[in-house]
Design a protein around this ligand. Sequence first.
Ligand SMILES: Cc1cc2nc3c(=O)[nH]c(=O)nc-3n(C[C@H](O)[C@H](O)[C@H](O)COP(=O)(O)O)c2cc1C
Length: 188
Amino acid sequence: MRRVDGLNGGTGCGRADNGDMTAVLVVHAGRSGGTREIAEVIAAELREGGLTAELLDAAEVEDVEPYGAVIVGSALYHRRWRPEAVRLLTEHEEALRNRPVWLFHSGPCGPLAAGKRVSLPAGVALLAARIDAERTATFGGKLTPDTASGLFWKIMAAGPWAGDFRDWPSIRAWARDVGRRVRIRVTL
Ligand SMILES: Cc1cc2nc3c(=O)[nH]c(=O)nc-3n(C[C@H](O)[C@H](O)[C@H](O)COP(=O)(O)O)c2cc1C
């Protein structure tokens, strides 16, 4: 089983071994805010479930050691994860391996977006295996003209892929499930 000790600087409060509340880091990486909004909803669900959740942009993360569990989410662009999310997984590989990690990506838009599962890009899949991350969740994305920058993006945001395809009930359900698993690990 993975280690979940060392929470809150080992003060005793929130320690995994006494079953108190644990801290979850929720990381997001994107370009136009859609993934951040998903991460916000995930963090809110975790808090509802009695956990502490801190929300950070992938570029802001300096240390994952203070957290008992980590969730990393990236937007998909041209079938790739955002570089700052890949960098986070690379730079903190060892620390991430020592705590439960969940990954999600957000991207699929258009009429076929609902329920679509996207595989991790190869490099991220390798990192996920090394970290021993849980199965990756795919969430629909958001493609709207107001946040589109550049001609290609504006064309995409005006076509059949335009719209908001984020399925909030399934995002919330996923977050609740993660929260349950974090709490179970803490009490074991
Ligand atoms: C230029 C461009 C390329 C995209 N490439 C992909 C892709 O390869 N796979 C996918 O599922 N979604 C793709 N999308 C959709 C985005 O992932 C989606 O809009 C997502 O919600 C953006 O998240 P963000 O607002 O956090 O940046 C693309 C969108 C744009 C504008």
